[in-house]
Every structure is written in structure tokens, then in C-alpha cells.
Design a protein around this ligand. Structure first.
Ligand SMILES: Nc1ncnc2c1ncn2[C@@H]1O[C@H](COP(=O)(O)OP(=O)(O)OP(=O)(O)O)[C@@H](O)[C@H]1O
Length: 304
């Protein structure tokens, strides 16, 4: 008698009820899918794939950068305040709860502004890159001109390398570097190896900071550049001169040549990455490839 009541609900056997449940659930499931429709399902799958791809690209881009640390910091801040708010509410610490919950509200209100301020360098880099990508390459002309500029730069760099004169030379390309030029002293002299060596000669009033080349001119000297935060550079125990070279090439499409004061080693920074231990010949080859279209574009503007 007792075991029979355990196997029934009312007069319906438990086995039958389980079967009905299963059947009803399946029916609901099938109907739901029918209602949604194949098109909506496909769209949802595409939607999820696109969002996943966006997250993947963002995470790859910020991997090993300052952005990830900042994002972690902001996330930790919110988790912390949420916890304080929740626990203080549970325990009954009213003032603390009042403070924490208001902090959450105001933090959310000001979060967009905070993000813009905190991630300003990253946003600038991103938008600059976007603008750079849609620019068309200018045709080449006036072969001799730019070759002689490269020769002058390499000659100057070689002299400084042999004499262990520290130097940081930035070559402007498509993205204007006017704001960095403004931090230094305007020069406006034709690019000559002697000019470059004189600028960086120890104790010269212009030797500190970076010299920027625009077209065929040494446009400015003693310029202050942004420092790269790349963690890879920390591993290589690289100082501020090299960090500044990487920094400017992260924020623009410029290229930067560094001569180490300590070792005389020649390096070239492109897109935030440093190629070290270059011979003057190697540097020459790289410069010929990299600054050619840009100098030509500027020549064309001048002639026009
Ligand atoms: N933000 C900056 N913008 C431009 N130049 C900078 C900047 N920071 C440092 N420098 C230049 O780098 C010099 C200091 O170089 P530091 O010795 O720290 O770097 P390094 O990479 O180890 O170079 P080196 O191998 O020549 O010693 C400064 O005297 C200055 O000329």
C-alpha cells in the first residue's frame, strides 16, 4: 500500500507524469524554434560570431599593453565597490551602503568620460591608424632628391655611432608631427649630416630630446616624444631614448632612428617595434624603402 502511494501522484502513476513532462517540454521547445524561424537563428549565430570576433580582436590588440592593466584596474574597482555595497546592505551598515551605492551610480554616469580621458593615447593611435589606412600612396618622382636625403641621414648616423654620440632622429611620414615639433626648437635647415651631428654633439644646446625631419628639412630639435609603455621593452632593459623612439612610432606612422650613447648601436623603430644592431648599410636600405613615397608626396605638394 505504502510503496504504491510513492509511485503515484493522486491516481496518476509517476512514470506517466515523467513521460508527460518530457513530452510537453519537447513540444514547447519545438514550437519555440518554429516561432523563432530559421532566418532569426542564422542571424543570431552571425551576430554572436561578429561580437566574438570583435572581442577577440580587441583582446589581441590590448594583450601585453597598458590598456589591459587599466581595464583590469577599472573592473577591479567596480567589483570592489559592488561588494562593499552588497555586504554593507546585508550587514546593515547604512552609511557605508549609502556611500557605496552612490559611488556606483556616479561611477557609471562618469564612466564614458573617464574612459575617454584614460584611454586617450590609445584612441588617438587608433583613429590615426584608421585615417592612415585610407590614404592613397602618392606616385614617385625626383629619385635623386630623396636618395641624397637618405645618404645624409645615414652619413650623420654613422659618424655619431662611431663616436658614441647619442641621437634620436624622427622622420615624419603621412601623419603630421606638428604637435611634437612645437615642444622643441624650430630649425628649418636642409638635411645635412653635419647639421645632425652638430645638433646631437654632447653639450650642444639642442642635443637633448628628438630631432624631427619633415621632407628635406630638419624641422625641429629638442622635441619631447611620448614614451612607449610596451612591456617587451622592459625585458630588453631599454632606456628612455629608445622608448621615446618606439612611442612616437606607435602614435604615428613616423620612423625613428636611435644611436645609443652608451654603445653606439644603431636602431630603427617602426610601428612601435625596434630593430637593433643595424649597420649603416642596413639602415640605408631600410630608409630607402620606408621614406621614399612620403618624401615624394611632399615634393609634389611643394611643386604644385
Ligand atoms: N620623451 C623623450 N623624448 C625625446 N627624447 C627623450 C625622451 N626621453 C629621453 N630622451 C632622450 O634620451 C636621453 C636619455 O637616454 P637614456 O640613457 O635614458 O636612454 P637609452 O635608451 O638607454 O639610450 P642610450 O643607449 O643612448 O643611453 C635624454 O637625454 C634625452 O635626450
Amino acid at each position: 500500500m505504502r510503496s504504491a502511494s510513492l509511485n503515484c501522484i493522486g491516481s496518476i502513476p509517476l512514470q506517466k507524469i515523467n513521460f508527460m513532462r518530457k513530452y510537453v517540454d519537447m513540444e514547447i521547445l519545438i514550437n519555440t524554434f518554429k516561432d523563432i524561424g530559421t532566418k532569426t537563428i542564422i542571424l543570431s549565430v552571425i551576430d554572436i560570431l561578429i561580437v566574438s570576433l570583435i572581442f577577440y580582436v580587441i583582446l589581441r590588440a590590448i594583450q601585453n599593453t597598458r590598456t589591459l592593466q587599466l581595464a583590469e584596474g577599472i573592473a577591479l574597482y567596480f567589483i570592489g565597490v559592488f561588494l562593499v555595497s552588497y555586504l554593507s546592505d546585508k550587514i546593515g551598515l547604512t552609511t557605508l551602503h549609502f556611500l557605496a551605492s552612490n559611488l556606483i551610480t556616479y561611477s557609471f554616469m562618469f564612466l564614458p568620460y573617464l574612459l575617454v580621458v584614460v584611454f586617450q593615447p590609445e584612441l588617438r593611435k587608433w583613429f590615426t591608424g584608421l585615417g592612415k589606412n585610407i590614404k592613397l600612396q602618392e606616385p614617385l618622382e625626383g629619385e635623386e632628391d630623396y636618395r641624397s636625403i637618405v645618404e645624409e641621414i645615414v652619413k650623420g648616423v654613422n659618424t655619431m655611432s662611431l663616436n658614441k654620440i647619442g641621437a634620436l632622429i624622427v622622420i615624419e611620414r603621412e601623419v603630421p608631427l606638428s604637435e611634437y615639433m612645437e615642444t622643441g626648437v624650430e630649425i628649418g635647415a636642409k638635411v645635412k649630416s653635419e647639421t645632425l651631428v652638430t645638433i646631437f654633439f654632447p653639450n650642444s644646446p639642442l642635443h637633448d630630446g628628438a630631432t624631427i625631419i619633415r621632407g628635406d628639412k630638419v624641422a625641429a630639435a629638442r622635441c619631447v616624444l611620448p614614451l612607449s609603455m610596451d612591456k617587451e621593452l622592459e625585458k630588453e632593459d631599454i632606456g628612455t631614448r629608445h622608448r621615446a623612439a618606439c612611442g612616437i612610432t606607435e602614435e604615428s606612422d613616423a620612423i625613428a632612428i636611435v644611436v645609443s650613447e652608451e654603445t653606439g648601436i644603431i636602431s630603427l623603430a617602426v610601428r612601435g617595434k625596434l630593430t637593433r644592431y643595424l649597420s649603416p648599410l642596413e639602415l640605408r636600405g631600410m630608409l630607402l624603402v620606408m621614406i621614399r613615397p612620403v618624401l615624394k608626396a611632399k615634393d609634389k605638394v611643394k611643386k604644385g
